[in-house]
Design a protein around this ligand. Structure first.
Ligand SMILES: *Cc1c(COP(=O)(O)O)cnc(C)c1O
Length: 349
């Protein structure tokens, strides 16, 4: 979902943006007016995340999965190896793409604990000759989230923050590259935010077969307007960034997501019907995944929830069970309604 305030603003401006007589998505993408939207978005990302000056902020096409290819194509250089951490479905999908271009080394895996715990960073096996180390900060499908940025020396740290970026403050300078698709905390589908440290661009050349539109250096030089960007999506994203600032930035988002997820986990832990096995320290604040102890009730739960206006609670097909995605735009009232429903459902069954 998008914040209601963003949708209302969109509704107001849908025919006429800023008294130009044109809609934002009708503006020529290289013209001064669209550039205002683009530049303001970049500045708002810099302000919200306190992005240091030696990082570039890009708004690229496509989703996070195009980054699964762009990262290896641009960052491997003359190294032969890449290192990935397996904390869930997205980690493995990302690694599979990288494996086309280099030999894949798993630095750590949560598999042995059935993805309910993240191995201690001290026990990770990080080869120093790898081009980079990749991890997924929040595993959207498995409901597993890092509580801290892993401390690894020497290797550039690459992170997929698709499902939790802008939900808490963090130190950008710890990373070589961060990416996030827009459709969770940043707007709607069709756009991906990339933050890349300058020296990674200069350190090596992209793979010779890298398509033009997959080359970070070219995007940096063209300030994300290498070809026609997704102007409508970028515009919606600019409204979300502005909303984030108006709401009080990352401090507010962090407090809200802490509160919302705590309410929901407390409800799960204090019930006899619902269960979440993730170690508390690594429970996702964005995707609360749980199961019914009596699995045969899952479909009834989903049907009755939908009838009560609580939509899209079905867990990912790869994992099953229930998943409540409570991104930044989900108000605490939404979480409270779900908790009330869960409690009624448990009393009934
Ligand atoms: C949603 C999500 C993706 C999705 O990628 P798209 O190409 O935008 O569909 C990738 N990684 C994570 C962690 C996600 O949550």
């Amino acid at each position: 979902m998008l914040p209601l305030a963003v949708k209302q603003r969109l509704q107001k401006e849908i025919l006429n943006w800023n008294d130009t007589g044109m809609a934002a998505y009708e503006l020529p993408h290289r013209g001064e007016l669209f550039q205002t939207i683009a530049n303001t978005s970049v500045q708002n990302v810099r302000d919200l995340l306190k992005v240091p000056d030696n990082y570039h902020v890009l708004f690229l096409h496509g989703g996070a999965q195009s980054q699964f290819s762009m990262v290896p194509l641009n960052l491997i250089g003359d190294r032969k190896k890449v290192a990935y951490v397996d904390t869930g479905q997205w980690s493995r999908i990302a690694a599979k793409e990288a494996e086309r271009y280099a030999s894949l080394h798993w630095a750590a895996s949560a598999k042995a604990n059935d993805y309910t715990d993240i191995p201690d960073v001290a026990d990770w096996d990080v080869p120093q000759d790898a081009a980079y180390l990749h991890y997924v900060d929040n595993e959207t499908i498995d409901g597993l989230e890092f509580s801290n940025i892993p401390q690894v020396d020497d290797l550039p740290l690459v992170c997929d923050m698709s499902s939790n970026i802008f939900s808490r403050a963090f130190d950008v300078s710890r990373f070589g590259l961060i990416y996030a698709c827009a459709q969770k905390n940043l707007g709607c589908a069709g756009l991906t935010l990339v933050i890349i440290r300058d020296d990674l661009l200069n350190r090596q050349k992209a793979h010779p077969l890298t398509p033009k539109l997959f080359n970070y250096r070219l995007h940096v030089d063209a300030q994300s307007v290498l070809n026609t960007p997704s102007t409508m999506t970028w515009y919606i994203c600019s409204l979300v960034l502005q909303w984030l600032k108006e709401e009080g930035g990352l401090k507010t988002m962090e407090a809200r997501s802490q509160k919302k997820s705590e309410l929901l986990y407390t409800a799960i832990d204090s019930s006899a019907l619902y269960v979440n096995c993730v170690k508390p320290q690594f429970r996702s604040r964005m995707n609360v995944v749980f199961n019914l102890k009596d699995e045969s009730l899952t479909q009834t739960f989903l049907d009755q929830a939908a009838a009560a206006g609580l939509m899209h609670l079905k867990g990912h097909k790869l994992r099953g069970g229930i998943r409540a995605s409570i991104y930044n735009s989900m108000p605490v009232e939404g979480v409270n309604r779900l908790i009330a429903f869960m409690s009624d459902f448990e009393a009934q069954h």
